[in-house]
Ligand binder design. Structure first.
Ligand SMILES: [Zn+2]
Length: 448
């Protein structure tokens, strides 16, 4: 039965040219995806937006940032008690030094973090899902004026809470980390702190799924209303690339194959597999034009990270003071959000994060044999360091294609294909008995 399932999986996800594509869903992940609830997301968002200001420098413990941090921490603790304590949480406080710009004086701030430890203590892999807790109004230095921040980024934090609620009821070999960052609007302070800490401690973060502005489905100016498309931003040339990395990239033409781009493709494939009526659009940028987000400090530290965002932004309700002007309501209020849309974005995140945490690790030392001239392609690799691997998919695509187009299943650690490496791109991913896939790894040349 399992062999038949595998055969079908291998066959289906791969030949869209036939005009039919069979979708095979892992029942356990499907079951988790179904639990994502629009009402829960709405409730969290409304509570977050009810605090007067979640500005990073707001110290109000009743109606401000401190109260919001305590709310997120209390939700994590509530989920923890329902998971027999397997989910642990903390407010990770630190002092952000004055930068003479958006931090006028040294300030004590904190990221709120929950960790669902993986079942295998020998497996160090971590998957991060994040949003930012802080909000702002028009004046980014105004720490007191109302800034409900329902969509920016109450939506991202609500999504993080919903995933923590559902995923803490189950278990995975790898560790899942849920983060509500502080200081995004003041210059990515909370994410920079955590990314630097992760780098210094050599955390094995396989993926960062950062969610920022994910709960609105209609645009200002162009008036587009569409709740079936979302964006995933991924860096093209890695921010952390050194000269050696640049030389390799130029020599093998892997300009469209950064680890972040592999993660974005993975999210598109897995997200669309599990979530109906949602198209995941790949944007070949690390963020919107000249803008940034909490994924950026992770990219700078060499981690694989993406930003998820809604397709159509509404600037009447982003970084605007709450007011009515000429009969138009401005401000980032929950009433302008689409919680069914947010449910689907959360479901894409959940399917991706659960699949990554369930899957074996990435194949190691993936090589493409270039020791002799050949019209075939020979790939060779080693088993992943962690997780249980049943077999591997060798992925292939045209050099002009964005997404992987064919996959070949093998239980060996090498494969020879009658397609020339001159004309296609290849990658290898490990797959579990249940069919969950690791991130793909592109091969480096085997020259001797
Ligand atoms: Zn934001």
């Amino acid at each position: 039965m399992r062999h038949i399932l595998f055969f079908l999986t291998a066959l289906t996800l791969t030949f869209p040219v036939f005009g039919q594509q069979m979708v095979i869903r892992n029942p356990e992940i499907s079951q988790l995806v179904k639990q994502v609830n629009a009402d829960s997301l709405k409730k969290y968002t409304e509570v977050l937006a009810s605090f007067k200001s979640r500005h990073t420098l707001n110290q109000d413990a009743k109606d401000g940032m401190i109260a919001a941090q305590n709310y997120v921490k209390a939700k994590f603790s509530e989920f923890s008690s329902k998971s027999n304590g397997r989910l642990t949480s903390m407010i990770d406080e630190f002092v952000v030094p004055s930068d003479g710009r958006r931090i006028v004086a040294d300030a004590k701030v904190g990221n709120v973090i929950a960790t669902l430890q993986g079942t295998n203590p020998q497996d160090p892999r971590m998957i991060l899902v994040s949003g930012h807790l802080d909000s702002r109004n028009k004046d980014v230095m105004d720490a007191i004026g109302a800034s409900p921040g329902a969509n920016d980024d109450g939506s991202g934090v609500a999504l993080v809470l919903e995933l923590a609620r559902i995923l803490s009821q189950t278990e995975f070999p790898a560790t899942l980390v849920f983060v509500a960052f502080t200081g995004e609007e003041q210059g990515l302070k909370g994410a920079t702190y955590l990314a630097d800490k992760a780098k210094a401690a050599s955390w094995k973060i396989e993926a960062v799924l950062n969610n920022d502005i994910v709960g609105n489905s209609n645009s200002s100016e162009t008036n587009i209303s569409n709740n079936t498309v979302m964006r995933v931003f991924s860096e093209t040339i890695p921010l952390a690339e050194d000269e050696r990395g640049a030389n390799i990239r130029r020599s093998i033409n892997s300009d469209n194959d950064s680890p972040s781009r592999q993660l974005a493709r993975y999210i598109k494939e897995v997200g669309e597999r599990y979530v109906d009526q949602m198209e995941v659009k790949l944007i070949y940028r690390n963020d919107r034009f000249l803008r940034g987000g909490d994924q950026t400090p992770f990219m700078k530290n060499g981690f694989t990270a993406v930003r998820m965002s809604e397709m159509n932004e509404n600037f009447l309700h982003q970084h605007e003071n709450v007011r009515v002007e000429n009969g138009v309501q401005y401000g980032d209020l929950p009433e302008f959000m689409d919680f069914e849309y947010l449910r689907k974005v959360a479901a894409v995140n959940l399917a991706s994060a659960a699949s990554l945490a369930d899957a074996p690790g990435m194949p190691q030392d993936v090589r493409i044999d270039v020791r002799g001239l050949s019209n075939s392609t020979s790939l060779i690799w080693k088993a992943p360091l962690h997780g249980k691997t049943k077999g591997y998919y060798v992925l292939m695509r045209e050099t002009s294609s964005s997404m992987w187009e064919k996959k070949f299943y093998t239980e060996e650690t090498s494969l020879k294909l009658p397609y020339s490496k001159d004309n296609y791109f290849f990658a290898v991913q490990a797959v579990s008995e249940q069919g969950t896939e690791s991130l793909p790894v592109i091969p480096s040349p085997l020259t001797r």
